[in-house]
Design a protein around this ligand. Sequence first.
Ligand SMILES: O=C(O)[C@@H](CO)OP(=O)(O)O
Length: 230
Amino acid sequence: MPTLVLIRHGQSQWNLENRFTGWWDVNLSDKGVEEAMAAGTLMRDRGLDFDVCFTSLLTRAIKTLDLALEQMDRLWLPVHKDWHLNERHYGGLTGFNKQEMRDKVGEEQVRIWRRSFDIPPPPLDADSPYDLSGDRRYAGVTVPHSESLKDTIERVLPYWDAAIAPALRSGQRVLISAHGNSIRALVKHLSGIDDDDIVGVEIPTGQPLVYELDDALATRDSYYLSERAA
Ligand SMILES: O=C(O)[C@@H](CO)OP(=O)(O)O
């Protein structure tokens, strides 16, 4: 039976500071480091093991994966890092404090930007300090100016089909360390959640989410590991 575990990175410095983050590359907070290590310990203690890992090009997800793998004595596992698993791009909101933005434009507008399905945030200005189009890690990639959840799904799922699903079909056990919205994209697909409902699904930081799949990669069961009795 194919084994898949999804984990959202541990708390980041900008999660802690309540800032819109997206593709901006912030590190884990001290609490995030602890969450990542605890996730690895939990997976080890429950006897989970993996053959291949996937993560984004962002430090908070890569480090979460490494810290968890270290607890499992599995730092040697192959890891594929790919921008398709990045957080959704927060456009012109990147760097702003979420509460200050609510105070400025109102609760409802911020809710729409954060949790509507297909309305992207305003685009990033070309001269923004958060422009990543010249970042070497994105050579050959058209860095988006902003992404809705729908846009994020439209780049996560082709990567699932091309890289992750084939690994599962070949019998490999897969661990994915990613982000709130790239994981929403995967959860929507795997759990068959519709467009209106996926926006209400919150993914906690540092909690391994187990998917038990059948050979056709349909979901038989899914659960947070910490919520299942050992
Ligand atoms: O800032 C972000 O990039 C994301 C995840 O932390 O925030 P939100 O909860 O608004 O999707």
